[in-house]
Design a binder for this molecule. Sequence first.
Ligand code: GLA
Length: 751
Amino acid sequence: MISFENGVFSLGTENFSYMFRLTAHGQLEHLHFGATVAMTDAQAFACKPGTGWGSSVNYDTDGTCLDILPLEWSGSGRGDYRESPMALDMATDFVYQSYEIYGGPAQMLCGLPQAQDVTETLEIVMAHPGGLTLKLFYSLVGEVLLRRSVLENRSEETITLHKLMSFSVDLPGSYEMTTFDGSWDAEMRKSKVSVGAAKVVHESLTGFSSNRHQPGFLLSEPGAGEDHGNVYGFNLIYSGNHYASCQRSFQGLTRVMQGINPENFTKILTPGEIFETPEAVLCWASDGFNGLSGKLHSFINSHIVPKYWQYRERPVLYNSWEGCMFDFNRGRLLDLASRAKKLGCELFVLDDGWFGARNNDKAGLGDYAVNRRKLPGGLKALADRVNALGMEFGLWFEPEAVNPDSDLYRAHPDWALTDDLQPVYGRNELLLDLTRPEVRDYIVENVSATLDSANITYVKWDMNRHSVALGAKAHAYILGLYDVLRRIFEPRPNILLESCSSGGNRFDLGMLCFSPQIWCSDDTDPVERLEIQNSLSYLYPQSTFGAHVSAAPHSQTLRNTPLSTRGNVSFFGCLGYELDLKHLVPTEEKEITHQIAFYKDYRRIFQFGRFRRLWAPEGLAWQVNGGSTVLAGLFHKLVAAAPGYEQLRLQGLQPQSRYCMTSREQLLRVGQFGGLVKHIAPVALDPNGFVLRTADRLYPMNDGVQTLEASGNALMSGVMLNARFAGTGYDPGSRNQGDFCSNVYTVQEMK
Ligand code: GLA
């Protein structure tokens, strides 16, 4: 609902209100963003500056001072010395002119992606004496508010725009800012700072949203927790350089803004030209971080990912990369595919290395002609064979980049983006200049032709060059990328697109508008993935996480983790397998078969159920709620000797209903116990001898078997779990996996 009365704009749903009013001088004074309130509350929220502060620079002779007002937008040159969301080569005092409220969204002209099914939009027109118009758009969709700004040059002069944020707002109060920062293989490290007088800037400068600084961030009241307290979430529907800043004024107003990074950004606007900013997402919850995540998750599942894939279950996939890298041929792939099929996988994905001279990462990128030495019958023959096994077929591309050692580069060296200086390479690559129409046409035609040449139902769209060479071209590049994605995938909505950029280097809402899932990280070590997926869950739903089980010891950390934990972590995302299946022993094959069958039984809940981070003082716990069925995962890192009792505390159950809680059956290898086995075996056995090695391959042992019945209230209070291994003997009911152990529990309401 959006309304306007007595100079007050009120927007919101049953669950939140956003309110601001016109000041006497045509500025927009922010009043409220939080719990649902009535128009009649506006006066109560209004600022009461009394006789004001000394030494202020006044907007007018009546004593109005912009510097102390909570504003919805602010300019420069008229007394507000806080950061302005806009920069031109002149003062930027825009004043209110008119408004309009209409159903649906305001059309975007420049091709940036937008949230779907917007219910209502408020458009506010602000005017500048120099003949410029600024439009501020506020749209309602789900439980979030979208904001963006558009500048129109209606003057006779050409102007230069240096900065235009999507939104700015001044929230009264003190906040802590949570950001998610990282690097390749180490995405989404969570950190929190208090927002005070010194400005906190959170930005990316590589040309992409980047793994260095995730564009989504949170502001919370001090003391807010997972399940209580006021929390705000902000994000940008954009994949390029982003910028956000937060700063608390001396009067106790926290200014927050977000948009395209102004560094390296200039836009010349000739008379009549406009510049549109990406949509920003603003969300509030009073029930802590979990409450906020719930709202953001349903917004993304319902309004960001492509319609065809909304709440559509994702296949369990097998990906060739970690198992084969570049070293494969048709025979090896088909062997892997038939093994994957036997385990229960539904989609076989051929990763890098299938085209051109792509036998390592130094050559061939750009030449998407199938390598006939590796795949003599071509892609169609391979896809047909995979289909005949009963699996779908998917393919990897990296269409934005080129190796200088490629036919494409030799034919069109000028298509590669370089600074005017000596080219700098990332993973031996340069990016193609997606600002040029002929380059975009080439990519669209090339990729489309390959997709139509065989039965391909999944694409992994990778991008491994971590920066756009020319900063100033960064925004135009991103618009070019969206154009290419739209032209390839809108006519082929049933292709499941998984975006990837050396893992999570481009995990953002812009990419999610095209690809329903994103490869979270090249780091598939489950202990690392726990943190990465946990951090992502603050902002993004688990349906968007590509989450694969890989080999142990892990290729990046050398950590040895139980296969059960590798599966349990990946369940809370879109499950896949990415390891050489030839090396599995029978016990492992059995465990994987169980994992996939279990996941398929509960896939809808794992992918789309309401996700919550649970209380878990000794480890980390997650829950997904699918109504009468709830699934919970409890994960540990290093175990301690003689561990004490441990409880699991769930959420969101019916207090009076009875539930049956059962652990997922998971299997242990005998070899897990090493030399200990000889203590309990009736005959003397060599721990490295033939008998035990054979037993290890063939005979699985049960782990953590537990069933109990309890009321919803009991489960939400915390029920006692079975003991952990304490060096006093093996019991199948105990949790015996040692370091990095985990269990998944199904909790079923009993009728
Ligand atoms: C990137 C991706 C990997 C894999 C390789 C292939 O690193 O993140 O998953 O696809 O490229 O070269």
